[in-house]
Design a protein around this ligand. Structure first.
Ligand code: NAD
Ligand code: DAU
Length: 350
């Protein structure tokens, strides 16, 4: 039985990846390693927690000794590494947390894997999940390709860029089998409501202002999270050792247009008059160093591995809103205590 370690599996994307692998690959044993930060939530995995091919391990990837111990104990064959601090705004107020988890944590995993696999690298794989933000910021034209030079501009993207470089260094220096993918903005069920879409859904529902940074002209390329999980499945099984694959939604929106679209969907779903939710739009102080545009060229992944996004945005955004409205408990449990403090610090003075 293949022993697959997935890190960060209690988070947004990780939980969809864990579910896909647990359900689709009964001959793999899936170990979900997660320390359960504010962003980790085992509620995300209630439906699969009792499956016989699934084990949860509560552990911190910054704990070097523990990572080695766990590799020795379980003899993992492969790793899909998603655990990270993931929110740009938090990286602006607390960069060190990002350096620790995203850089040191990744090196700890690489070292533990290298040591565990030292006599037999064949059949092993370290798959590192990264972001399009490592490529920097685009103007009105162009797309990020796998050969675009790295130009990270926030503490978050710098820490992710650093971890990507380290993964490649282990491939070149130690012959570690690796693949990396760099994905654009994800949306869908289970995303922590600090990110634009779930934060806006909750604010609209609760008749609170929707905070738009700057003029709302920044552009993001949105991909439904299940399509990211299916790309990860493809790359894990069919990707070429040492290669990088970009993953994107071919779905660019300015923030302001996206929020207007979301407001329309919310009006329909909540039975509000057309235009009512949009009245909550509030322009606030811009994010420091706010990247203007991200857009991904995924033709390598599409042409070489035959992946494509399954959902149009119009459908995905409706599904997402429906999920949040019918899972209010999930959001309510999160949006108390620490979240309130975070929200106040992040938005009160904007
Ligand atoms: P998330 O913040 O929702 O989840 C991160 C998970 O990692 C949480 O469950 C958290 O508890 C866990 N974690 C954090 N620090 C840890 C540590 N020290 N030890 C063990 N576990 C730890 O993040 P997400 O949005 O699901 O992103 C997952 C990965 O995908 C990240 O590597 C991120 O950089 C990358 N990514 C995200 C997006 C996006 O749009 N969200 C896009 C491209 C790439
Ligand atoms: O591109 C991939 C990245 O996408 C991932 O690597 C990150 O983990 C993920 O968080 C996301 O980063 P962004 O910064 O693009 O996502 P966020 O949802 O925070 O913001 C999306 C856009 O909306 C961005 O231009 C900032 C803006 N924004 C965000 C928030 C939270 C607002 O205007 N108001 C807000 O309150």
């Amino acid at each position: 039985m293949k022993k697959l370690l997935i890190t960060g599996g209690a988070g947004f994307i990780g939980s969809h990846v864990v579910r896909l692998f647990v359900n689709n690959y009964p001959d793999y044993h899936i170990y979900n390693l997660d320390v359960l930060t504010y962003a980790g939530n085992l509620e995300n995995l209630k439906d699969i927690e009792n499956k016989s091919n699934y084990t949860f391990i509560k552990a911190d990837i910054t704990d070097e000794a523990l990572m080695s111990e766990l590799f020795e104990k379980h003899q993992f064959d492969s790793v899909i590494h998603l655990a990270a601090e993931s929110h740009v705004d938090r990286s602006i107020s607390d960069p060190l947390a990002f350096i620790k988890t995203n850089i040191l944590g990744t090196v700890n995993l690489l070292n533990a894997a290298r040591n565990s696999w030292k006599n037999q690298m064949e059949g092993k794989l370290f798959y590192h999940i990264s972001t399009d933000e490592v490529y920097g910021s685009l103007g009105a034209e162009g797309l990020f390709t796998e050969t675009t030079a790295y130009d990270p501009r926030s503490p978050y993207s710098s820490s992710k860029a650093s971890s990507d470089h380290l993964v490649r260094a282990y491939f070149h220096t130690y012959g570690m089998p690796v693949v990396i993918s760099n994905c654009s903005n994800n949306y869908g069920p289970n995303q922590f409501p600090e990110k634009l879409i779930p934060l806006s859904i909750n604010n609209i529902k609760n008749n609170k202002p929707i905070p738009i940074y700057g003029k709302g002209e920044n552009v993001r390329d949105w991909l439904y999270v299940i399509d990211h999980a299916s790309a990860i499945d493809k790359i894990f099984h069919e990707g070429t050792n040492g290669e990088t694959y970009n993953i994107g939604g071919i779905n660019e929106w300015t923030n302001i247009d996206l929020i207007h679209k979301l407001c329309e969907v919310m009006d329909e779903q909540l039975g509000r008059e057309k235009g009512e939710s949009a009245k909550l739009i509030t322009f606030v102080k811009d994010r420091a160093g706010h990247d203007m545009r991200y857009a991904i060229d995924s033709s390598k992944l599409m042409n070489e591995l035959g992946w494509k996004p399954s959902l149009q945005f119009e459908e995905g955004i409706v599904k997402t809103v429906e999920w949040y409205l019918s899972n209010s408990d999930w959001s309510d449990n999160i949006m108390s205590g620490d979240y309130e403090k975070y929200y106040e610090q992040q938005y009160e003075k904007r």
